[in-house]
Design a protein around this ligand. Sequence first.
Ligand SMILES: [Fe+2]
Length: 309
Amino acid sequence: MRKRSSRYPQPMTRRTFIRRLTGFIASHKLMTAIPVSIVGASGWLNHDSIALRMYAWDLYYPQLSPVLEGKCLIQLSDLHLYTLRISAERIAAILRKHQPDLVVFTGDLVSARADLDKSAAYLSALRTSPACYFVPGNHDYRYFSSSLFNRYTELIQESGWILLRNQSEFLPELDLWVIGIDDPSTSRDNVKLAYTPLLEESVTSFRLALAHSSDCLDFVAKYGADLLLTGHTHGGQIRLPGLKPFITNTYLGDKGIYEGYHIIQNIPLYINRGIGCSRLPFRLNVLPEITKFTLHQGTQPPECTILPY
Ligand SMILES: [Fe+2]
């Protein structure tokens, strides 16, 4: 019988494929390790930049007005449209599912002048409640001339959002004040001015204070708030496993308080990690966040559940 010549290729079986692959990896460790590491790292960064989480908090207040029992508000922060890879439709679908009584945005919608043209469409899609409030962050000021900033504020309002810059508004149907503080991180905060309408009377209504950064906390503590919602830190945006963030850009962040719920100076404070990215177009170990707060009468400590989206 004629023997088959070894010059002819043998049919590839699963066993020979695995043997050849392991042989290749063994003899080309560095060559394979580099691209495998790059693919792995980019997959990790990609996941951490788009893996949206909803943090659903139940907050309890002994003196809560009966009209606020079970009412919920949703906070969005730091979208940074220029590098954002999470669509308005995806966020809007989450908002519609939870049917918030109030939606608040705590600054940094844009990250470039080119975002001006995107902002109206994005904000219109996110307007999923009759009451949507917007306070500016440092990036909302950074890229625009006075006239472009004027156009930007018009777009915000034409999209159905109420822009508060050191201003307050009372919602009688919720027995709630929304106190909108202008950006503290660029010293535009004038907390006294924002609280002016509340100073004229003894207020028993819920006081919801909004600011881009927690650096206004001393003044907010002076005037009082039942909840202060902030963003700006991005939770550090990039965190190596087991380490604290390198940058938080806030006074409290320097002391290790850069995300989540805290009671400081008698003010219930929430620091939102935000959704988008600034400077570097990715997140690492700091997932993007939407936060829902449901208010209850009671004395229990706050409770949080995390929902993946
Ligand atoms: Fe930001």
